[in-house]
Design a protein around this ligand. Structure first.
Ligand code: ATP
Length: 459
C-alpha cells in the first residue's frame, strides 16, 4: 500500500479530533507505523473496510486473532485453570435492564461532554483544559459540560417503544454478580473465591482513538473475587501485584509498566480503593487494567433490587454474610495494543531498514516458520513434513513464496520467533538452519531434534 493509501486509513483509525490526540507526539511515528504493519501483515483491519470502515471499530485478521486468542488463553490459564479458588463463566451480552438500574449504570455511568461552539468538535470535559482554546480550531468558545450516558441502547423484540429498550452490556462484571449464587452453589465454592469471564463490552465513548486503545466495542477479561469484608485490603494488594506480574510475563518491558493508586477524586461510584496497571504508550502513561475494591456494593444492590438473598453462609461463625469484592478488570484489545507497541522495533541491517515485532513466543501468532530454500529437489516436501511434525506443539507455518530474504522479513514483521530453512545440506545430513528472529543468529540443528529444540527454547 502506498503512503497516500495508508495515511488515509490511519486518519480513520485514530488520529482524529479528541483528547487522546493531545498526548500524541508528532516526532514519534510508532503508532502510525504499527497501524500500517497491522494491516499489511493481517493483524488488524478496520471494520467494514470495503464500505469505508466504521469509526474506531476493528476486525482481527488471521494473525491478529491468533495473538488475541493467545492473550485470552494465557489470562484464563493464569486467573482460572491454574487455581482452585477461581471458576469461569460466560454470561450473555443482553441482560434484563433492571441489572443496570441496580448497578448504578443508568444513573451514574456518565462522562462529561463539551462541544466547541465554533467548530462543533466534541470532547470529554475531563480530558481537556477548558481554560484553553479548542485543540481543533484554536477558538475558545465552549458549551456547558453535560453528562452523557455511555451505554449503547437497542430494542429487544419487534416493538420499538420505550418498554423494549435494552442495553449492550458496558462491562462483563454484572453478569458475574447476578450469577453469584448460581456459581457459588453449583461449584460449591467457599470464601474467598473468584468468578471470571472474558467477553465483549460496549460503551458509547464520547471520543475514541489511539487505534485499539479506546473503541466503542471491545473485549474485557474480568474476575470478581469474593472475600470476607475484613480481608479486602490484603486481596487488593495480592491481585494488584499478581496482575502486574502477568503483564511482565507476557514479555512487556518492565520499565514501561507500573501500578498507579487512584486518588480519591477518580474513584468510581462503587470503589473504595483502586490500582491501575498502566503502560507507557507513545501517547503517555495509560490504563490497561483496574484492580478495585468494590466492597459489598454490587451484591447489596442486586439483593435489594431483585429481592433475592445474595449472601454466603459462614459456618465457622454461624452467620450469613455479604461478601466484599475485589475486581480485576482488564481489556483484551488494550493488552493486544500494548504487546504490539512494546514489540515494535526498527533497526538498520546491512544498510537496510529491518522492522521486527519482538513478540514473546508465548503470544506470537506463529512460533516457527519453515522454508524450503528453493522450490525443488524435494525441499518443499521436507519442509512440509517438518511443519507437520511441529504442529502438535507449536504454531508452525510453511512459506515457499519469494526469496528467502523476503520470507525472513515477512516473518520478522509477523513476530515469528524462529525460522527453519531446508537447504541442499539438509538432503545430505538431515540438518536444517534455525534462525532466531531478534539476533538473526543461525545454527544447524538435526531435523529430528527440532521439536525438543523448540520445547527447550520456549519453555
Ligand atoms: P478509561 O478511564 O480509560 O475510560 P475505565 O476506567 O472506564 O477506562 P474500566 O471501566 O475500569 O475502564 O474498564 C476496565 C478495562 O476495560 C480498562 O482498563 C480497559 O482495559 C478496558 N476498556 C474500558 N473501556 C474501553 C474502551 N472504550 N476501549 C477499549 N478498552 C476499554
Amino acid at each position: 500500500m502506498g503512503d497516500g493509501g495508508w495515511m488515509e486509513w490511519w486518519k480513520t483509525v485514530g488520529l482524529k479530533s479528541g483528547t487522546q490526540l493531545l498526548h500524541y507526539s508528532s516526532e514519534d511515528k510508532v503508532m502510525e507505523k504499527l497501524v500500517s504493519l497491522c494491516k499489511r501483515r493481517g493483524f488488524i483491519f478496520r471494520s467494514s473496510d470495503i464500505y469505508g470502515g466504521l469509526e474506531s471499530t476493528y476486525d482481527y485478521g488471521p494473525l491478529g486473532v491468533e495473538l488475541k486468542n493467545n492473550v485470552k488463553q494465557l489470562w484464563w490459564r493464569d486467573v482460572v485453570t491454574s487455581r482452585s479458588d477461581v471458576v469461569g463463566m460466560d454470561a450473555s451480552i443482553l441482560m434484563n435492564p433492571k441489572v443496570w438500574e441496580a448497578s448504578g449504570h443508568l444513573s451514574e455511568f456518565h462522562d462529561p461532554m463539551v462541544d466547541c461552539k465554533n467548530c462543533k468538535a466534541r470532547f470529554r470535559a475531563d480530558h481537556i483544559d477548558l481554560d484553553k482554546n479548542c485543540p481543533t480550531c484554536g477558538v475558545q468558545d465552549w458549551t456547558e459540560a453535560r453528562q452523557f450516558n455511555l451505554m449503547l441502547k437497542t430494542h429487544y423484540g419487534p416493538s420499538e417503544d420505550s418498554s423494549s429498550v435494552i442495553y449492550l452490556r458496558p462491562e462483563t462484571a454484572q453478569g458475574i454478580f447476578v450469577n453469584f449464587a448460581n456459581a457459588q452453589s453449583t461449584a460449591r465454592m467457599k470464601l474467598p473465591f473468584g468468578v471470571a469471564q472474558i467477553g465483549k463490552a460496549f460503551r458509547n465513548e464520547i471520543t475514541t482513538g489511539n487505534f485499539l486503545f479506546r473503541s466503542r466495542e471491545f473485549e474485557q477479561m474480568e474476575m470478581e473475587f469474593f472475600v470476607h469484608p475484613d480481608e479486602t485490603g490484603n486481596w487488593l494488594e495480592y491481585w494488584s501485584d499478581s496482575r502486574l506480574a502477568w503483564y511482565k510475563n507476557l514479555g512487556i518491558r518492565e520499565d514501561r509498566l507500573k501500578l498507579r493508586p487512584h486518588g480519591d477524586d477518580e474513584l468510581a461510584h462503587y470503589a473504595a480503593a483502586c490500582f491501575d496497571v498502566e503502560y507507557e504508550f507513545p501517547f503517555g502513561w495509560s490504563e490497561l487494567e483496574g484492580i478495585a475494591e468494590r466492597g459489598t456494593f454490587d451484591l447489596d444492590q442486586h439483593a435489594k433490587h431483585s429481592g433475592k438473598k445474595l449472601t454466603w453462609f459462614d459456618s465457622k461463625n454461624n452467620e450469613h454474610i455479604t461478601p466484599a469484592v475485589v475486581e480485576a478488570s482488564a481489556g483484551v484489545d488494550r493488552t493486544v495494543l500494548t504487546i504490539l507497541v512494546d514489540a515494535y522495533h526498527e533497526e538498520e541491517v546491512k544498510g537496510e531498514n529491518r522492522v521486527v515485532l519482538r513478540l514473546s513466543p508465548k503470544v506470537a501468532p506463529t512460533t516457527v516458520a519453515v522454508f524450503p530454500l528453493v522450490n525443488r529437489d524435494s525441499m518443499p516436501e521436507i519442509a512440509e513434513k517438518i511443519v507437520e511434525s511441529l504442529r502438535g506443539d507449536f504454531a508452525a507455518f510453511f512459506d515457499a513464496g519469494g526469496s528467502i530474504g523476503r520470507r525472513y522479513r515477512r516473518q520478522d514483521e509477523a513476530g515469528t520467533p524462529y525460522g527453519v530453512t531446508v537447504d541442499s545440506d539438509t538432503l545430505e545430513d538431515q540438518t536444517v538452519t534455525v534462525r532466531e528472529r531478534d539476533t538473526m543468529a543461525q545454527e544447524r540443528v538435526a531435523m529430528d531434534q527440532l521439536p525438543a529444540y523448540f520445547r527447550d527454547k520456549i519453555r
